[in-house]
Design a protein around this ligand. Structure first.
Ligand code: HEC
Length: 144
């Protein structure tokens, strides 16, 4: 392949590889109010921001369902339906935003990697997007 073809072909190739994950690199389309990150992370029992959780659900469908179920059973990674009951909000957010460093330094994340044998993918969420997904996960009915 000539250099010019490669320059033209690379974005196409990236798109083709990404398409099965339904827009895993697509940052557009989830315009979430950036001010959301200025609020403290919500505790488990705080009222759910329904609009934010809805936006988070859309992101979850596109970027997470390839590897995570919301209900019994393992996909590639763990069932996330009750993740808010077993982990701290800041930990869940860190796992979404910086899985690579979490898998290096955090003992819980490392134990999960040992168990599942596949590294959690960095889906390149912005912080507001991660907050939306966090709200969606928090809104899941969980056994308490
Ligand atoms: C390529 C597959 C893959 C994708 C895509 C993925 N994950 Fe993961 N995730 C994993 C695996 C595998 C683990 C278990 C830890 C490990 O092995 O690294 C994990 C672990 C987690 C954990 C910790 C679960 C627990 O039990 O504590 C959270 C939270 C999480 N992922 C959230 C997400 C969210 C939210 C998305 C979408 C934005 C996402 N993941 C996308 C594979 C993935």
């Amino acid at each position: 392949m000539t250099k010019r073809n490669w320059i033209l072909g690379a974005p196409l190739l990236a798109w083709a590889l990404c398409a099965p994950l339904a827009g895993c690199r697509d940052q557009s389309g989830y315009a979430i109010d950036p001010a959301v990150v200025e609020k403290p992370l919500p505790t488990r029992d705080a009222p759910v921001d329904v609009a934010l959780a809805g936006a988070g659900g859309e992101i979850f469908q596109k970027r997470c369902v390839a590897c995570h179920k919301l209900g019994p059973g393992v996909a590639v990674g763990p069932d996330l339906s009750a993740v808010y009951a077993r982990r701290e909000p800041a930990w869940i957010q860190a796992m979404m935003l910086n899985p690579d460093s979490m898998l290096r330094v955090d003992s819980v994340a490392r134990a999960l990697l040992y168990q599942y044998q596949v590294p959690m993918l960095d889906t390149e969420l912005s912080e507001p997007q991660a907050r939306a997904v966090l709200e969606f996960l928090r809104a899941q009915p969980t056994p308490r």
